[in-house]
Design a protein around this ligand. Structure first.
Ligand code: PGA
Length: 255
């Protein structure tokens, strides 16, 4: 049985004192939730401060991006080792906002996945189609390309640390959530593709999270679907009430 995972992507929100306050609330209010794993992705600047709060808790911490090189003259960039040394154990890779605004290509995403694993971080690889691609019937092709390129060079053994997030671009920050059926269809497709790339075992062990307008009122139905192993939450992760409600929904799902 896979433990569901609920992750909060805080994006470019939260000054340090706000991040500390939210992390403190989440730590206390998630104490009784033992059947769900929780991961917080604050901005880089708040990683250390949040790490100190989460130190003696089960909540996990990650960064929203990393550079693929270990060190060097790359002004403004952050390496996997730096994320580790700031207390992170996860890293988001290939979020659609990075692909759209910051030039993260499939090839670069792949380098970042390898860099994360080398630094001892767990990569959460994000994939998803745009509305145009979906309407043109290209769902399978787009997910297939993002996955095959993103996972290039990985072995089944190295993939044990990996998680996937299916985030249809049209559902991110829009309030338009994929229906549980639409999400399930994409997740099943992804799991099938992972089985082809890395074998059945890896595919069955892999957590595939859904992301895109997840809220307390739609979380349970989504996470109740057979191939949906949790949620990557943006907007609703900034409010303790909402994030805790989503975590509780996940904790209540028995698969
Ligand atoms: P959203 O963002 O929940 O605000 O739609 C999800 C994400 O971008 O990870």
């Amino acid at each position: 049985m896979r433990k569901l995972l609920v992750a909060g992507n805080w994006k470019m929100h939260m000054l340090n004192h706000e991040a500390v306050s939210l992390a403190r609330q989440l730590k206390v209010r998630s104490l009784g939730l033992h059947r769900v794993g929780l991961v917080l992705f604050p901005p880089f600047t708040a990683l250390t401060a949040v790490a100190e709060i989460l130190n003696d808790s089960d909540l996990q911490l990650g960064a929203q991006n990393l550079h693929d090189r270990r060190s060097g003259a790359f002004t403004g960039e952050v390496s996997g080792e730096m994320v580790r040394s700031a207390g992170g154990s996860w890293v988001l890779i290939g979020h659609s906002e990075r692909r759209q605004f910051f030039g993260d290509t499939d090839a670069w995403v792949n380098l970042k996945v390898h860099a994360a694993l080398e630094a001892g971080l767990r990569p959460m690889l994000c994939v998803g189609e745009s509305l145009e691609e979906r309407q043109a019937g290209r769902l399978q092709e787009v997910l297939g390309r993002q996955l095959a390129e993103g996972l290039k060079g990985l072995t089944a053994a190295s993939a044990t640390e990996l998680a996937l997030a299916y985030e249809p671009v049209w559902a991110i920050g829009t309030g338009v959530v994929a229906t549980p059926e639409q999400a399930q269809e994409a997740h099943a497709l992804l799991r099938g593709m992972v089985a082809e790339l890395l074998g059945m075992d890896a595919a069955q062990r892999l957590s595939i999270l859904y992301g895109g307008s997840v809220k307390p009122d739609n979380a349970r139905l989504l996470m109740g679907m057979p191939d949906i192993d949790g949620a990557l939450v943006g907007g609703a992760s900034l409010k303790a009430d909402d994030f805790v409600a989503i975590a509780q929904a996940a904790d209540g799902v028995v698969k």
